[in-house]
Write a protein that binds this ligand. Sequence first.
Ligand SMILES: *[C@@H]1O[C@H](CO)[C@@H](O)[C@H](O)[C@H]1NC(C)=O
Ligand SMILES: *[C@@H]1O[C@H](CO)[C@@H](O)[C@H](O)[C@H]1NC(C)=O
Length: 160
Amino acid sequence: MIGIVTLTIFLHSFLSVELLRIQGTWDTGQQFFHFITKFGFQKTLLQNQLETQGYVFGNISSDGHGSKTYTFALLDRGYFLGYYGNSSLIDRNKACQTMFYKIDSIAYDSTCNDEGKEDFLRKVPCPVSEVCVDEDQPNNVIPGSQLTFAVQDLIQPRFV
Ligand SMILES: *[C@@H]1O[C@H](CO)[C@@H](O)[C@H](O)[C@H]1NC(C)=O
Ligand SMILES: *[C@@H]1O[C@H](CO)[C@@H](O)[C@H](O)[C@H]1NC(C)=O
């Protein structure tokens, strides 16, 4: 299956907006794990939360071949290192288990972990012309996109 990824990563401040736009395909037959990019977001200001937080939004869909689902993960540096470090394990089951060990306890999932505090994961590809299945509050999705993450940190800049 070839996944089609269009993501726009967005940092908004009063004077300027910096963004990164990524478009590409991922051949899941070649690689079980694909690193897309990293980006830094400014510290969020409590009094201007909507304007100063960051946004990651876009579409991840497939060419229709194959019905497997994959996980799109947006991770802070602290979670990323163990996740990425374990992605090189030869045994894929072991790799997946260790990659998700730390994240699974904290990532929100409406069916598996509704106590999870962090919005880190989306099941992809998302259904064609619809928002992703994990977007349980479609009003929070930026129009014309299938997924949206709001990135905020009131204490320091956040790197994902
Ligand atoms: C692999 O994952 C385990 C469990 O989360 C973690 O303790 C370990 O540091 C990770 N290994 C690497 C090389 O990052
Ligand atoms: C992205 O998905 C939305 C559905 O939520 C759709 O309306 C839009 O056309 C798609 N955009 C692209 C570039 O595929």
